[in-house]
Design a protein around this ligand. Structure first.
Ligand SMILES: [Mg+2]
Length: 449
């Protein structure tokens, strides 16, 4: 009321010729800035489900009551994508309709607590879809990219690693050289095991005697191959390239301890997922016995699962799938907490993250001081047709879009051209509706994958 009175007084003086109309307009702009932008309300929430690059992507669109003001968030849980849709439409939409769109943390807490039982991957992804959409909306309101809302850039772009894989060592080395020829300084290398279902690389046409008809895998055979691969990569690719390797939680805890010690001499950038989430206590043993840098966390759901690994300094890099943890809001807090303990970020960035999710990764990459590395997946033509404004890759660096919010527009007509397909085939070619099949040891024991 006091400001309005002051402006009325100025207006009166303007009419009397004491204050110019230009001065009055300037004061009105100051008042607008002091008052802040009008608070938008959530009017509609809907889901865009699309698979332009075969991975099932789920994106949430939050529409406000202000004309043209809306935002997008990634809610992609590709193995159970169909379940995220009703979690958004039947639970979060009625909860949030009519509420302010500009109270991001408050909305996150509301959604997180509304199910009483929390931290599941379906619910966290649904919350992420809304959460990231609200950050997009706030960026569009402010006319700024989201990284500016987080404090602005700590660096110009995100240094990335590419995936090199092959059934045999020469193929992996050739694949790695293709990445370095494109300017990449970091490459993740994965090797197949003959006749087996490896992670990140096929095993060729060989067959392995087994007591079942499912894909087969033996940890000891894989570890021997991986050790030879890393030795060959260091020899053939030289000291300058940064090498990464992902065990993908497929070996026993003691094998992981042994392998981390064995590869110490190759000076990896990091060794990823040496243990499964069920075996975290073994990190202390790895830490006590070698200095191989460790990355962990893409399978965690609760933001609190990272806390002990960070506080005890048991890992070097956080592998977080942003939407799995509930979106940008919890992840920026985890990143800030990790900074205090010298732990760096390495957000999960495979093909089953939508370009909206990649944009959220990059916003944190450039704005967080404790950035470590960014996993890179190329955006093919069909992805770029649906998601216009994908982050740009140049010489191994991903650059954030400079447009407001995430800087990405979703072409919903184009998205509708790419409905969910049958997904990954299970044993015997069964349709697993996007889910993963089974992998067994020779004797038939199921392994974690
Ligand atoms: Mg991994």
């Amino acid at each position: 009321m006091r400001r309005r009175g002051w402006l009325q007084m100025l207006a009166g003086r303007a009419l009397g010729g004491v204050v110019s109309r230009r001065e009055l307009a300037a004061q009105e702009r100051v008042e607008q800035a002091v008052r802040g932008m009008p608070s938008p309300r959530i009017q509609d929430i809907r889901v865009i489900a699309t698979a332009p690059a075969n991975s099932r992507l789920v994106v949430v669109k939050v529409v406000t009551d202000q004309p043209g003001l809306y935002g997008y968030g990634c809610a992609t849980f590709t193995q159970r994508a169909d379940l995220v849709v009703p979690a958004v439409e039947r639970y979060l939409k009625p909860l949030l309709a009519g509420r302010p769109a500009d109270r991001i943390d408050d909305t996150w807490q509301l959604c997180y607590n509304s199910s009483y039982w929390r931290n599941g991957p379906v619910l966290n992804n649904a919350i992420s879809g809304v959460d990231q959409a609200l950050w997009d909306i706030k960026g569009r309101q402010a006319g700024m990219p989201v990284y500016q809302l987080l404090g602005g850039k700590c660096r110009e772009a995100a240094d990335c690693y590419g995936h090199a894989g092959g059934a045999e060592i020469p193929q992996v080395i050739e694949s790695a050289k293709r990445w370095t020829a494109r300017g990449f300084r970091h490459v993740r290398v994965q090797i197949g095991v003959p006749g087996m279902s490896g992670y990140g690389a096929g095993g060729g046409a060989a067959s392995v005697p087994k007591l079942h008809n499912d894909p087969v895998y033996e940890p000891a055979a894989y570890l021997r191959r991986a050790l030879k691969l890393l030795e060959a990569c260091r020899k053939e690719l030289g000291e300058e390239i940064e090498l990464l390797h992902d065990i993908h939680e497929r070996v026993s805890p003691n094998q992981a301890v042994q392998f981390a010690k064995d590869v110490e001499r190759f000076k990896l950038f990091f060794l990823e997922d040496p243990l499964s989430p069920e075996d975290l206590a073994y990190f202390r043993q790895i830490r006590a016995q070698c200095a191989t840098p460790l990355a962990m966390g893409e399978l965690f759901n609760s933001p609190h699962e990272w806390t002990p690994l960070i506080a005890e300094r048991l890992i070097d890099y956080l592998r977080i799938h942003l939407s799995q943890a509930g979106g940008l809001t919890p992840c920026r807090k985890i990143a800030a907490f990790a900074e205090m303990f010298g732990v760096k970020t390495a957000w999960h960035g495979p093909g089953d993250v939508s370009p909206i999710g990649h944009a959220a990764n990059i916003a944190l990459d450039v704005a967080c001081y404790n950035f470590g590395i960014q996993e890179y997946s190329p955006f093919n033509e069909r992805l770029q047709e649906v998601f216009q404004g994908c982050p740009v890759m140049k010489d191994g660096y991903l650059y954030p879009n400079e447009a407001p919010g995430w800087g990405i527009e979703v072409d919903e007509k184009a998205a509708a051209k790419y409905p969910f397909g049958a997904g990954r085939g299970g044993p015997g070619g069964r349709n697993l509706n996007g889910g993963w099949g089974v992998i067994r040891r020779r004797d038939g024991t199921i392994i974690k994958q």
